[in-house]
Design a binder for this molecule. Structure first.
Ligand code: IMP
Length: 217
């Protein structure tokens, strides 16, 4: 049963285009009881690695979802997220994970951001998370979650990951790294996009059924 109070089943699984255990757990939970059965990449044999060379988070989420859908011939869901800071032209943007270079860790990325922001007063920033749901051919369905905050002048807190110690969220007067996981989920870009998708699962199911019925399998 879904939010409409009636059962809209999908006749094939939706593949989560990620190998991140945390994301898999969250998405699996999200789709529980929705009429949409989920699988992960680990349920299939080795598939080639997609090149995430898009210029925006949306480009990359669509690239991942569409690539997986085409390779496996099944509908797929992918996400892409990162931090964007206005005063430095939107950096780190799509380079969030490798801002300080390929293979750089969270601390190096944070230190690079602090260095780039040295002496800059305008420190507004936003975390963005895009979810893309694709079928092997045709358009993708996009959801966006945004959380606005400020880049602090020093690292604060030890929870979370990535840029959490530098991302100060004024309404709670804490950085993401000073929040519990529950607090962060309530306000974060990822939490918000998941809440939105949860409210629209019935529509997603109808959209998928419609798109898949038009696909020449
Ligand atoms: P991905 O979407 O999992 O590839 O994340 C891209 C990068 O954005 C991560 O490696 C982090 O550097 C950053 N990022 C995304 N979401 C968060 C968050 O919630 N907290 C801190 N950093 C994040």
């Amino acid at each position: 049963m879904n939010g409409l109070g009636k059962s809209i089943e999908l006749d094939r699984p939706l593949v989560l285009a990620t190998r991140n255990r945390g994301k898999i757990a969250e998405f699996t939970e999200l789709f529980k009881g929705s009429g949409i059965e989920v699988r992960t990449l680990d349920d299939f044999g080795p598939i080639p690695q997609v090149v995430e060379d898009g210029e925006t988070f949306e480009d990359n989420a669509v690239i991942k979802a569409r690539f997986t859908a085409r390779v496996l011939g099944l509908p797929a869901l992918a996400d892409d997220s990162g931090l964007t800071v206005k005063a430095i032209g939107g950096e780190p943007g799509v380079f969030s994970a490798r801002y300080a270079g390929e293979g750089a860790g969270d601390m190096e990325n944070n230190l690079k951001l602090l260095e780039r922001m040295k002496g800059i007063e305008e420190r507004n920033a936003a975390f963005i998370c895009i979810l893309a749901i694709a079928v092997p051919r045709g358009p993708a369905l996009i959801y966006e979650g945004i959380c606005e905050g400020v880049i602090s002048t020093e690292l604060m807190g030890s929870n979370g990951f990535g840029y959490d110690p530098l991302f100060y969220y004024p309404p709670l007067q804490k950085t993401f790294a000073q929040m519990t996981r529950g607090e962060k989920n309530q306000v974060s870009h990822r939490g918000k996009v998941m809440q939105e998708l949860r409210g629209e699962l019935d529509k997603v199911c109808i959209w998928l059924r419609q798109r898949l019925s038009e696909e020449p399998f």
